[in-house]
Write a protein that binds this ligand. Structure first.
Ligand code: IMP
Ligand code: MG
Length: 189
């Protein structure tokens, strides 16, 4: 079936990563995390709202360890460009002192978000802290960021789907698609 025929948003350019590819990769990541945290009794998946929601809920189904989940909300983006300034809009509830924390985000772009949140979390003295991102755009990094678990490395496209948005649109797509930014700006300004 040609998924392109079903694109529900007019600004989508093309399918980049299919639902099947994502599901398979997430299964592998879940198995890797299960193995790496086999001795951990205090595993916390800490997702960044709202882009990591679809990813984290699928990923946790493949983690066969005791675990809990929490969220933080941060923003650095307006439209399709990073501002470089990361604001904490809402903090996590769990006291992470002594926990094995995996910080989960949808995509690493400039790296400012992960860098800033990671620094903040380390001040709270978790037992360990790793970073997991569904997507990474290495060409766009402005900082050196370590991603311990990465779903897919992609080229410098603006993408939506699987939780990722452009101005809140596109999160519901079960696959990752590229955005035609020219078309998007014609439609929404
Ligand atoms: P960074 O701070 O520049 O690394 O940006 C990370 C955040 O920007 C991610 O959590 C996303 O919310 C957003 N972002 C960056 N690139 C994209 C993209 O291609 N599509 C959708 N959101 C993106
Ligand atoms: Mg976003």
């Amino acid at each position: 079936m040609n998924e392109k025929m079903e694109f529900p948003y007019a600004f989508i350019d093309e399918l980049l990563i299919s639902q099947e590819e994502i599901e398979e990769r997430i299964r592998v990541l879940g198995e890797q995390i299960t193995e790496d945290y086999r001795d951990s009794e205090n595993l916390l998946l800490l997702g960044l709202l709202r882009g990591s929601v679809m990813f984290i809920t699928d990923l946790m189904k493949h983690i066969r360890r005791p675990m809990t989940m929490d969220f933080m909300s941060v923003s650095s983006y307006a439209g399709s460009e990073s501002s470089g300034f990361v604001r904490i809009d809402s903090d996590h509830k769990t006291n992470i002192y002594g926990w094995d924390v995996i910080l989960i985000d949808d995509i690493v772009d400039s790296g400012y978000t992960i860098h800033t949140v990671r620094k903040l979390l380390l001040e709270r003295k978790p037992k360990s802290l790793k970073v997991c991102a569904l997507l990474d755009k290495p060409e766009r990094h402005k900082l050196d960021v370590q991603i311990d678990y990465c779903g897919f490395t992609i080229e410098d496209h603006f993408v939506v789907g699987y939780g990722l948005d452009i101005d809140e649109k596109g999160r519901n797509l079960p696959y990752i698609a590229t955005v035609d930014l020219e078309k998007y700006h014609q439609l929404y300004g």
